[in-house]
Design a protein around this ligand. Structure first.
Ligand code: CA
Length: 236
């Protein structure tokens, strides 16, 4: 079942499209706000994005541009303005297709099927071994595991030492589960290492200093008496 993210601030339209798509067995998520929509779009959970142009906080072109920096998820722009300029700039910013409002739902369905078919073909090509590059995402971080590069959605690289990187990956591989200090210690320093578990706390602090964003909850949650975890949701 293909997962569709609709970022559209006209709630009636968003709802209408959602119901129609659900009827066609798509799994649909709707977000009305541009900035929140971008965060969702970057979660890597969706097969296709349906993007309005004019949105609160962050417009559709900007969302498309930022998504394209890190992923090839197909994007269909929905625009009320049928001008050549908008179409061209939508496609320039990385949209795969566009549809002009008001549109017939059949047209949207046809375009969805077309971009999904193309992306399926692309994925099959991408998965050829010599091209394979595994990309892991967490919050606004994108991790290219083959060359061990971590960057943010704004394109900035996060410089991690080998140990910090390994620590981050252990947490991300166990996403939504607590990883104990002992487990971290064993995996990074080895079972025989004569190291106190508080060295783990020190490394967690180094890592937080590099990946956390000021004013936001830490990317790494401390589970008292147990260990640490990273989670998909920011809220407890
Ligand atoms: Ca709008």
């Amino acid at each position: 079942m293909s997962k569709v993210l609709i970022i559209e601030d006209e709630k009636n339209l968003a709802r209408f499209v959602q119901l129609e798509l659900e009827h066609e067995k798509y799994e649909v998520t709707v977000e009305n706000n541009g900035r929140k929509g971008l965060d969702l779009a970057l979660s890597g959970k969706f097969d296709v994005l349906l993007l309005d142009l004019m949105l609160p906080e962050l417009n559709g072109l900007e969302i498309a541009r930022r998504v394209r920096q890190v992923s090839s998820t197909p994007i269909i722009m929905m625009t009320a303005r049928d001008s050549i300029i908008d179409r061209v700039s939508g496609l320039d910013h990385g949209a795969d297709d566009y549809i002009v409002k008001p549109f017939a739902i059949e047209e949207l369905l046809a375009r969805l099927r077309a971009v999904l078919r193309r992306s399926d073909l692309e994925n099959k090509k991408m998965n050829a071994p010599q091209l394979h590059q595994k990309v892991v995402k967490y919050r606004d971080l994108t991790i290219e595991t083959e060359n061990r590069i971590v960057h943010r959605n704004d394109g900035k690289t996060v410089d991690l030492t080998k140990r910090e990187y390994n620590l981050l990956m252990i947490l991300i591989e166990n996403r939504n589960n607590v990883v104990s200090r002992e487990e971290i210690l064993n995996k990074i320093w080895g079972e025989d290492a004569k190291i106190e578990t508080n060295v783990v706390e020190v490394y967690i602090r180094y890592l937080r200093n590099k990946i956390d964003v000021a004013g936001q909850p830490s990317y790494i949650k401390t589970v008292r008496g147990t260990g640490y975890m990273v989670r998909d949701e920011e809220n407890d």
